[in-house]
Design a protein. Structure first.
Length: 473
């Protein structure tokens, strides 16, 4: 292929960006997202000229969003251009408006999600390693202003990264004027999306109205603004390093949920707490989860409130549950199960504990087998068998239950005891307590009552043991 030429030598500039950020390695496959507009057309032509020098292969991917009557012509243009360049092209048509309605997001967001998913599908189908998009320096400046007006965090103001995951942006150091000049000098045709000339969307307003006004007063404003974004990025990197260190200690991911230690979120500055939450959400639910700063502020306010039990619906179909010193966020939240049924215990033996893998074992043994050191074991309770006689009842806690804990004078509300011990509400609803004639004998694994203590006159004991499979191993 005949080399392209440009007064600014744009291909050489793009090659330098690729090498600087190690975007492409020898033998790699690269999917180029091509809309048919000037930016992506230039990117496709430039990468085509560089592929022999850098030893990589190319395939083009075009998404028809079905948003304009002439969108089919764009797809035909991309396919024809790819054929002339001797590279493979894949096209997919999507009803973006219908998709937006289904997902409950904006048309722009629905298109973005569908586009990147399509690029990823093409990447896998051809065995490529990375995806190149045509974001350039002017896009970065527009994004900076857009995020300011939307109240972005410092992370959002650091600019568009040249490389993120499998996505690379070889034009990120090049301007729109350089791209248009390159296309003009080399007589490369491209498609024009006339909706980009309108200012109905926020981005188009910034591009068509705001930036021209700024440029009149500050002709070279892009250079110092780019420097500012680079400084912001350095500070962002520092904060991210702090987040990584804290995240490994206090954040826990498991199937479908993120669990956080409240002490951490209380102790660190709010900027780190917000980043910790976002890090966990992105790792669990993926980059498609897009929260605004207002969402995070509201979430942090809930977490740092004095209310120990909170359930909160969050964007993206997520649910937050705070239970004392733990906060969990999950996408698939099961409805609270109803309270477990009561059980009547007629005599010695084993009884399964519903909703757990544990069992309660009831034994009557002579005093000669009693070992006083076992009296403090939370998994065992000892009673005078002549005072506590079968039948006994295992039942859920009831409103108004009162309890006299071992060693305490008088009774107190069972609910208040659970609150002091920080037993989560969902756990209380699923637990069983051991009672005799409505007197609480034992809260298995938590606290023994004061009834029927072992005395010198005790002849035999009722031993109730809470057992789990690991205890028997």
């Amino acid at each position: 292929m005949k080399p392209f030429h440009s007064n600014g030598d744009l291909p050489s500039k793009v090659k330098k960006t690729i090498m600087q950020h190690r975007m492409i390695h020898r033998g790699m496959g690269v999917i180029v997202g091509v809309s048919g507009g000037p930016d992506s057309t230039a990117l496709l032509h430039i990468l085509t000229t560089l592929q022999n020098d850098l030893d990589f292969r190319i395939a083009a991917a075009h998404m028809d969003h079905s948003l304009r009557s002439e969108s089919g012509l764009d797809a035909d243009f991309v396919v024809g251009m790819a054929e002339k360049l001797g590279i493979e092209a894949q096209v997919k048509k999507v009803d973006t408006q219908a998709l937006a309605a289904t997902l409950g997001v904006s048309v722009e967001e629905a298109g973005r999600r569908a586009r990147y998913q399509f690029f990823e599908d093409v990447r896998k189908s051809v065995g490529a390693e990375t995806i190149a998009t045509a974001h350039h320096r002017d896009d970065e400046l527009e994004t900076f202003f857009l995020r300011i007006f939307r109240g972005s965090s410092i992370k959002g103001l650091g600019g568009i990264p040249p490389k993120r995951g499998r996505i690379i942006r070889p034009l990120i150091n090049s301007s729109r004027s350089e791209i248009l000049e390159f296309l003009k000098e080399n007589n490369v045709s491209y498609r024009v999306d006339t909706t980009n000339l309108e200012s109905r969307t926020d981005r188009n307003f910034i591009r068509n109205q705001l930036i021209p006004i700024i440029r009149k007063r500050f002709p070279n404003f892009g250079t110092p603004l780019k420097r500012t974004m680079e400084l912001i990025k350095l500070e962002d990197d520092f904060l991210e390093n702090q987040v990584t260190r804290l995240y490994e200690d206090k954040m826990f991911l498991n199937a479908g949920s993120l669990t956080m230690d409240l002490s951490l979120l209380h102790d660190v500055p709010e900027v780190l707490a917000a980043r910790l939450i976002l890090r966990g959400l992105h790792e669990l639910f993926g980059a498609e989860l897009r929260w605004r700063q207002s969402h995070l502020c509201g979430l942090l306010a809930m977490i740092r409130s004095d209310n120990p039990s909170i359930t909160l619906d969050l964007p993206g179909g997520l649910k937050l549950i705070r239970e004392y010193n733990r906060v969990s966020i999950s996408r698939h939240y099961e409805k609270q199960a109803s309270a477990v049924p009561s059980r009547v215990i007629l005599g010695p033996g084993k009884v399964e504990m519903p909703n757990t893998k544990g069992t309660l074992e009831f034994q009557i043994i002579p005093m000669t087998q009693f070992h006083p050191e076992e009296i403090c074991d939370q998994k065992k309770a000892f009673f005078d068998a002549d005072i506590v006689r079968f039948p006994l009842v295992l039942r859920p806690p009831k409103p108004g239950d009162r309890f006299q804990p071992w060693g305490m004078q008088g009774t107190r509300k069972l609910k208040n005891l659970f609150i002091d011990l920080k037993v989560p509400l969902r756990v209380r609803r699923q637990m069983l307590i051991l009672v005799k004639d409505d007197e609480i004998l034992w809260i298995p694994g938590i606290r023994r009552g004061s009834a029927a203590p072992i005395r010198d006159t005790t002849r035999s004991m009722l031993v109730v043991a809470l057992m789990f499979p690991t205890d028997a191993a």
